[in-house]
Design a protein. Sequence first.
Length: 564
Amino acid sequence: MTRSQHLRVWQREAFELYQRAQPRDFLTVATPGAGKTTFALTIAADLLARGLIERVVIVTPTDHLKTQWALAASGIGITLDPSLAGQGVLGRDFQGFAVTYAGLAVNPNAYRARIEHRPTMVILDEVHHAADALSWGDAVQEACEPAVRRLALTGTPFRSDDNPIPFVTYAPQDDGTMTSIADYSYGYGKALKDRVVRPVLFMAYSGQMHWRTRMGDEVAARLGEPLDRAATAQALRTALDPNGSWIPEVLTAAHTRLMEVRRDVPDAGGLVIASDQDSARAYAAVLAEITGTTPTVVLSDESTSSARIADFSAGMTPWMVAVRMVSEGVDIPRLSVGVYATTTATPLYFAQAVGRFVRARRKGETASIFVPSVPRLLALAADLEAQRDHVIGRPVKDEEDLFAAEDELMAKANEDQGASDQLGEYRALASDASFDRLVYDGGEFGYDALSDDDGELDFLGIPGLLDHDQVAELLRTSRAKRAKAKAKDASAPEADVAFEKRSELRRELHALVGAWHHRTGAPHGVTHSRLRQQCGGPPAAQASAAQLQERIDAIRVWALKASG
C-alpha cells in the first residue's frame, strides 16, 4: 500500500492533481488542522523515490516549526536537519534541512548555492510570511529561484498589504486589482462537513466599561455597542485590562467550560492569547488564582519557549498563556478552549489563532473560544468559512489593529496641541463581563437573553464530544426553548422587576469595587475574587440578587473597618 492511500480525501485529490500536472510551482490553501504537512511530505517522498529531486528544503515562519517539520518528515523516512546554519555543512545522513524566512534573509545567496547544487524541492510553509518584510520576499525569490519544484502552503487568509508573494500566480480582476490563484483549496467549511476539523463555538462577552481618555475625559460604554473606532479600541483595551473585572470573569467562565470538556476529554487544554508580555503574565496570575494551578506561560523572546510548548502539548496542564508564539503553525492538538484576549483583529491573525483549536483528534471533539463582543471580531467569527485570497492594489485600512485609528487620532492631537503630556494618559477605570451571545456556523444564539444565566450555563455545559450536526441541533433546540420561555415570561411583570433589581445590584457592586480600588489600589478582579471567597457563589455576571446583596454588604463592612 502506497503512502498516498493513507491520505485523507482532500489530500489524495490534491496529490493526484499534483502528480498529473507535475508543476514547478503549486499553491495549496487548506484550513489549519487539515493536514498540509502530511500532504507536502507525501509529495516530497514520492519525488525523492522517483529520483526527480535529491534534496528537500523547508522554509517556515518560526524556529519551533523547523523542529516540528523535521520530526514529521522522519515519520515517513525523510531526514531533515532543523539546525543547519547558512554556512554550515549538511551531513551525509540528511536529505535536506529546514530554515526560517528570517534565517533565509540573512544570507540568501548561501542558500541559493545549496539549492542549485542539487535538484531540490522547496516547501514554503505559511507562504504569506514571505511578504512580512520586503527583504523576506526578496530573499525567498533569490534563494529559491533555482529549485526544480516549489510547493507553497498556507492555511489562513492572505495578507491585506500590497507586497506580492514570490512564486504565487496573480490574476487581474475587473476592479483593477490582482488576486492570488490557488492550485488547490480546501476551506474550513468543507473540512468541517468532512469531519476533518472540530466545530468551533465562539462565546462572546460584553459588559460595562469605564475609562479615562488621553484627553482626560471619563467615558462609560457597553462593550460592543455602536461607537467610533477610537472609542471601540478604548473600550476593548478596558475590557482586557487585567486589573478590571472583565478578564477574571471571562477566564472563570472559560475555565468552567474547560472543566466540562475535560469530563469527556481528560487532557483537554486551554489557551489565552494576550496582546503583550505584561498582559500575559498578569493573565497567568489571575488564572492561577481562579484555578489553583500555575499555567504555562510562553513568551516569544525566551529561549525555553519551544520546550514549554512541547511540554504543554504532551502534558495535562489545563492552561497556557502566550502572546504570538502559538498563533500559527504550532501543533497542540489537545487545545479545546481559548480566550482571545488580544487587540489584534485582522482576518489573518484571527484565522491563525482559531487554527490552533480546530485540529480534530477523535470524532466529536468541539472547541470553544471566548471573545470580546466587538463587532469586528464577531464578524470574523461568523465569517470563519469564507475563502479569502491575497489582493494587490486595494488598500484595506480596516484590516489593521483595532488601536490603529485611536493612535492616528492621538498623533493628530499631539500635532495640534503640542506635547503628549498635555493630553494626559489613557487609563482603564472599571469593567465587568456579561455573556452576550454564542456565534456558530454563521448564526447567533443567546442575543435575546443577555441576562439569562441559566442559558449561559447551558452553553458552557455543552458536552465536549459533539459533531457539527449535533452542535447545530443543540443550539436550535436551545433557541426554541429560550423563545418559548421568553413568551411565557412576557405576561409576568414580576420577572422584569427581578431582572431590574439584579442589574441595579450589579451596578452598585461594581461601583463599590471601583471605589475600593481607588482607595486601596487592589485590582477589581482581585476584589471580586475575595468577595466570592468570603460570600460564595458564581461570578457577578451569574450571581443572584441575594448573592450580590451579600457581597455589597461585605464590601461596605470592609470600607467601615478601613475608615477606623
